[in-house]
Design a protein around this ligand. Structure first.
Ligand code: ADP
Ligand code: MG
Ligand code: ZN
Length: 509
């Protein structure tokens, strides 16, 4: 049997959250209206004679995205009409960009691989159809929403990589605060082009897949209806299997558009694919070409925040977080800056404690890994759990980074153990109180007074002569039993290490 290699390219649409629509002054936010067709005007309804006006914000945000992805910015850009007929497209054409997109030729790093981006252009969204009782209803409230389309080179090699690309792009859009990019709400829509080719008989040359010698390329399938990252992964997996099986059975594949059926977990043919020629693209006569000056680009560049790929690298290198922890922390811009503040507060706390020696930098250099493991663990495993359970976000979290840093410092210094730390965190989460006050108020601090602990242990030994006998007879469990008794007596507030030391000393005396 021949061995096939998956060849995947993505087309990703994202709705921009500008104040108004792409070419008219209607509010952009069709979801704010509960009845259909409330958010429309003659321009977005496509009435004859109406003139579109370009939304400057949408242009700037598309350029900003281009800069974020290291794209080339067009000197001159223009809009084109893409002609086709569908009931959700009132004008009979969509204003889009064909041969002079706003940006082209960029790259996004996914793991160690660089995925080429062919272009990002701007267009307008269509209306929505609702199929009810044998008929179809048209809602034009969404028509004219600014829609940014990104197209990758066919250099993605697996469903996992495709998913990671979409996730990273979503994070970038959110960091730039230009789109909420929620897939379930249709604010970000990912389509995957998938083909399989015989190993060694093709090359990927920029935007194109080319055959070597007499090899005949297998056609690609465009996958639609993908509503989540998970669906994207599954749909691509399914398609690779389907195409492989078909070729192995001697069938010929056709270039087509297929839909993903989430309930059946399979794809179905929607239509045999049209080509660019079918759309009869031509320049939009009602909009002038735009010249993009360097000054605008310089100004936009200056507003770029640190982006997820760079932040991920910094979190791993500077803060020594584990990659998986860093990935979770940077996924949300607010969470990332919270984590960064916590780390810095923790440094301040440690610095302020008489027992620790050296400056914050010296402590970090020595203990950094241990501290970031501790911070990462409590942020990702505990704080996020509370946030998810309460269906709230880090923005509304009552725990200040300062208090969280202090909390971590208490654990770091063994002032509280795991069990009491959980209790304290929960209280902090609910009330926003500082960990020290909770610890003192509820008497949750560890018993670190050796004399007090010795007295407790002596009492336990006096009450359990049988256990002492068992221990002397070499029964391991007796030691565990006595440790358990001591933990119980101190309400789990003593350090297990201290209990262990004192018990050893007394029993072996
Ligand atoms: P179309 O005109 O059908 O939209 P394009 O050449 O513009 O096709 O490419 C659209 C998408 O398909 C791009 O993401 C591109 O990377 C991808 N693509 C192109 N050729 C292939 C192929 N042979 N297999 C898989 N994907 C491909
Ligand atoms: Mg296409
Ligand atoms: Zn309008």
């Amino acid at each position: 049997m021949k061995s096939y290699i998956p060849v995947i390219g993505l087309e990703i649409h994202a709705e921009l959250k500008t104040k108004t629509k792409m070419f008219c002054s209607c509010e952009n936010g069709y979801k704010l209206f509960d009845k259909p067709n409330e958010n429309i005007c003659p321009v977005c309804m496509g009435h004859p004679g109406m003139l579109p006006v370009i939304n400057r914000q949408a242009i700037e945000w598309t350029l900003l995205t281009g800069l974020a992805l290291n794209m080339q910015i067009a000197k001159v850009t223009k809009f084109d009409r893409k002609n086709y007929f569908y009931p959700d497209l009132p004008k009979g054409y969509q204003i889009s960009q064909y041969d002079q997109p706003l940006t082209h030729s960029g790259v996004l790093k996914i793991g160690k691989r660089e995925i080429g981006i062919i272009r990002i252009h701007l267009e307008e969204d269509t209306g929505k159809l609702a199929h009810v009782g044998g008929g179809s209803l048209v809602d034009l409230s969404r028509a004219g929403t600014p829609l940014m389309e990104l197209v990758t080179e066919p250099s993605i090699e697996s469903s996992q990589e495709a998913k990671e690309f979409c996730q990273m792009y979503q994070q970038i859009l959110r960091y730039l605060e230009i789109s909420d990019a929620d897939m379930e709400k249709g604010q970000m829509r990912c389509e995957a082009n998938v083909s399989i080719q015989e190993a060694g008989r093709f090359i990927i040359d920029g935007p194109e897949v080319k055959s070597i010698l007499d090899y005949e390329l297998n056609p690609k399938v465009e996958l639609k209806n993908i509503n989540s990252f998970r669906a994207m992964e599954r749909a691509i997996e399914y398609e690779i299997k389907r195409q492989t099986n078909a070729l192995n059975a001697g069938e010929k594949l056709v270039q087509e558009t297929r839909g993903w059926d989430d309930s059946k977990q399979s794809t179905f043919s929607q239509r045999i694919k049209e080509t660019a020629a079918d759309y009869r693209y031509f320049p939009e006569p009602d909009l002038p070409p735009l010249e993009i000056d360097d000054e605008l680009i310089t100004r936009l560049k200056a507003t770029l925040p640190e982006l997820p790929p760079a932040k991920l690298e910094r979190f791993v290198n500077q803060f020594q977080f584990e990659v998986e922890t860093a990935k979770i922390l940077i996924a949300d811009k607010d969470l990332a800056s919270y984590a960064e503040n916590v780390i810095s507060e923790m440094g301040d706390w440690l610095n302020s404690i008489p027992e620790t020696e050296g400056t914050a930098e010296e402590i970090w250099a020595k203990e950094g890994k241990k501290m970031s493991r501790l911070a990462g663990n409590w942020l990702v495993n505990q704080l996020l759990k509370h946030l998810n359970e309460q269906k709230t976000t880090i923005k509304d979290c009552k725990i200040t980074p300062e208090n969280f840093g202090e909390f971590l410092t208490l654990i770091y210094q063994n002032k509280i153990n795991n069990t009491t730390a959980q209790q304290i965190l929960e209280e902090m989460f609910n009330t926003g109180t500082s960990p020290i006050s909770i610890m003192e108020e509820k008497n949750l601090g560890l018993v670190d007074n050796a004399e007090e602990l010795e007295a407790t242990i002596e009492k336990i030994l006096a009450e359990n002569p049988k256990a002492i006998e068992d221990f002397k007879a070499g029964k391991e469990n007796a030691f565990k039993f006595l440790t358990g008794q001591a933990m119980k007596e101190t309400k789990s507030k003593a350090s297990p290490q201290m209990i262990n030391d004192i018990l050893q000393k007394k029993l072996n005396a």
